[in-house]
Design a protein around this ligand. Sequence first.
Ligand SMILES: C[S@@+](CC[C@H](N)C(=O)[O-])C[C@H]1O[C@@H](n2cnc3c(N)ncnc32)[C@H](O)[C@@H]1O
Length: 243
Amino acid sequence: MGERVPASQSDTQWSNWQLQHAINNEKESIRRSWGVYDSPLEPGIIFGRGASFSDTFSVVVPEEEASMRTDIEHTLSSVKGDVIGIEYGGPASKLFSGFQKGTFTRTLGLTLVDVRSSRQKRKDKERNHEIIPGDMTTPEVQAKIAEWLGGEKPSLIIERMKRGLSLLPKNAEYHANLMAGWYGMLREGGLMYIQASDTLNLYLKTWAQSARLQSDDTVNVLVGYYDNAINGSVRLEKKLVLH
Ligand SMILES: C[S@@+](CC[C@H](N)C(=O)[O-])C[C@H]1O[C@@H](n2cnc3c(N)ncnc32)[C@H](O)[C@@H]1O
């Protein structure tokens, strides 16, 4: 595992130690270490309230759409060619299997450790789903993502790390830059569904307003709060621009 690129001088040893601790825990027991892991797109009988991605992001689904799933499926239906989906901070095996067949050409999950069974790996392979394990903030993992993308751009980027967010530097600017980086990768006509960190939560509405102003009307941003303003979420659409 490569060293993290520090967000500031204070984000060094402590954050690397926390990260190593999380990796060890994830190897030993996923449920104990995270509470939620490989969550489904939509709620079902087995998973309780709040576990599914749809639960978290219901607050930012546009009014005219029935759910996060239909929003993504409808929005991406006009994207031609390779349709790529990426989850930052999760294995995404269940997440991407919740969409209608054919929504994506290929998908990727980025999680600290790949703990899948060989059966799960087989099922994922059939759906063109892969996992790149490791710390997504390191240049090593970022190079692997670029290699996997092979010059293509993702049409959907999701991040819903929940407790995993606490492993990242507690600095609003760092999180705003992370989102800006993902936005830069996103294909035109694509979507991002992002859970905000505690620190960015405080500035989320201001952040959204400045994103709107700076984008020259090329972006649709919705922000919302789940669970009494504790968990902020963002839905961001990079509009198709006629060149
Ligand atoms: C609480 S789990 C959530 C998993 C999934 N998103 C879900 O909702 O079921 C946190 C996830 O964040 C991942 N994670 C935490 N820090 C990470 C990092 N620096 N790079 C990649 N993944 C990370 C963990 O490996 C784990 O998969």
